[in-house]
Ligand binder design. Structure first.
Ligand code: SF4
Ligand code: SF4
Length: 401
């Protein structure tokens, strides 16, 4: 479907969307998708019921929005986050909404260049606006590793943050620096909330985040008129309130002790659990299994690849090598390995699942109290430098059940 998106100069979002050729039916479908995303993490939220609007309520609130001013910066980054939004598998209503919203300043899609682009940014910065940031901020050597129009990324960010009513850090780079900030962090890369301290920063994490989650966060702000409730990492709870592991379709295999041991074994072909080949789903909060990617056509674990934990802070330093098993399984003590879990659970599946469910709930509560940068001991993370559990020495039979 091709839509005819023209710059939003007047009228409401609903009027401009209709002008672009989006039918009411498609707009309602888009709003139903937003309602589903808003509902992902609501069990973890204090006032869940009031934050779970229906598609009709979203359509009404979003439709009435008058043109908001959005400044969308791209700092030290790879443009993957923008691609995630704009190339999700077809021309979507999300794309229409974002094209309409980001028309004021966005380096990738705006027509203006050079001094005209700088003037657009300056004008937008002088007004009340929503600031969206992709990319990290390099601080080493006076920030020379990322400059635009002669200004360092830090200066650009500070200038744009001054009059911003909301700030979204979108993508792992903007949230904590991502791969650029991995040891030894040669450019001194940091996330937005290391620079902007006087305003809350909403962290839409992931490398890249799911396009629909980025749109949903913007839509949340527009429809609720305030920032969403966030977790200890600053991520919107409505989307990041659940672990991958808790909604993963391979979870029954985890509980039954059925693990892929190599990527070409029978278990891999049967769609068994990827924990043993490095899946970080038990330590990762993200709506990936529910929202999925590219018009809901798939997601990494669905395609047979372990989760690498890209929505978690410092995932590159904490979760590599990516194909190494997490130090221990959640809920089974730090010495547990998948071999032991499998052995234990094949005998007492029902009891094991019940215990696991209880522990998972406790772990979720514990995670809410976790502080930034702390290893998630509740999930089996070890503190940097701590002794990791020894690999299993006993030989157990794989469950073929
Ligand atoms: S978060 Fe990932 S996809 Fe987004 S800009 Fe950074 S490296 Fe690219
Ligand atoms: S360990 Fe990974 S593959 Fe296995 S159930 Fe959990 S999230 Fe799914």
């Amino acid at each position: 479907m091709t839509y005819n998106v023209e710059p939003w100069t007047q009228g409401t979002l609903a009027e401009n969307i209709a002008k672009a050729g989006v039918s009411r039916r498609d707009f309602m479908k888009f709003c139903s998708g937003l309602a589903a995303i808003f509902a992902v993490g609501t069990p973890a939220m204090a006032n869940a019921a009031s934050l779970k609007p229906s598609a009709e309520q979203i359509a009404k609130a979003l439709g009435e929005v008058k043109k908001p001013l959005v400044v969308w910066l791209q700092l030290q980054e790879c443009t993957g986050c923008m691609e995630s939004v704009l190339r999700s598998g077809g021309t979507t209503v999300e794309e229409v909404v974002l094209n309409l919203l980001s028309v004021n300043y966005n380096e990738l899609v705006m027509a203006a260049a050079g001094e005209a682009a700088e003037k657009t940014l300056e004008d937008a910065n002088n007004q009340d606006h929503i600031l969206v940031v992709n990319g990290s901020v390099p601080l080493k050597d006076d920030g020379i590793y990322c400059t635009i129009g002669g200004k360092s990324a830090k200066q650009i960010l500070e200038d744009s943050a001054k009059n911003a009513s909301m700030i979204l850090a979108v993508g792992a780079c903007a949230v904590f620096g991502s791969v650029q900030a991995a040891k030894p962090n040669p450019t001194g890369a940091v996330g937005v909330d290391e620079i902007i301290k006087d305003k809350p920063v909403i962290n839409v994490s992931g490398c890249p985040p799911i396009g629909e989650v980025i749109t949903a966060t913007l839509a949340y702000i527009l429809t609720h008129g305030k920032a969403p409730e966030v977790d200890a990492e600053g991520r919107p709870l409505f989307a990041y309130g659940q672990r991958i592991h808790d909604s993963c379709p391979r979870r029954p295999h985890y509980d039954a002790g059925q693990y892929v041991r190599t990527f070409d074994d029978a278990g891999a072909r049967e769609g068994w659990c990827l924990y043993d080949v490095g899946c970080k789903g038990p330590s990762t909060f993200s709506p990936c299994p529910i929202v999925q990617w590219n018009l809901k056509s798939g997601w990494p674990i669905g395609a047979g690849h372990p989760c690498i934990g890209c929505t978690e802070r410092d995932f590159y330093d904490r979760f590599t090598p990516f194909y190494q098993t997490l130090p221990s399984a959640p809920g089974f003590g730090v010495e547990s390995t998948t071999e032991k879990i499998g052995l234990g659970l094949t005998g007492v599946v029902a009891a094991g699942v019940a215990v696991h469910a209880g522990i998972t709930a406790a772990q979720k509560a514990a995670d809410r109290r976790a502080t930034k940068n702390s290893p998630m001991a509740a999930f089996g993370d070890t503190a940097p430098g701590a002794k990791k559990p020894e690999p299993a020495t006993e030989t157990t039979e794989k469950s073929e059940a």
